[in-house]
Write a new protein. Structure first.
Length: 64
């Protein structure tokens, strides 16, 4: 699994995931907020399967 997310992309995903999970725990938006686990995990791993399928790469490091 090669990383395909840049630093800003990862930070935004982690922030959005934490926000959604926090709102769900506070019972502001209901159980759908737990979908924030997906961006949280993809941001933490630095790899998005959807990006791979679509050929998107925001990681600035070029691979051989």
């Amino acid at each position: 699994m090669q990383k395909n997310e840049g630093s800003l992309d990862r930070a935004l995903r982690i922030g959005a995931g934490l926000l959604l999970i926090g709102l769900a725990l506070a019972k502001v938006i209901g159980p759908w907020g737990y979908i924030g686990i997906v961006p949280l995990l993809t941001g933490a791993l630095g790899m998005c399967p959807l990006y791979s399928m679509l050929g998107i790469d925001t990681c600035p490091v070029k691979r051989r």
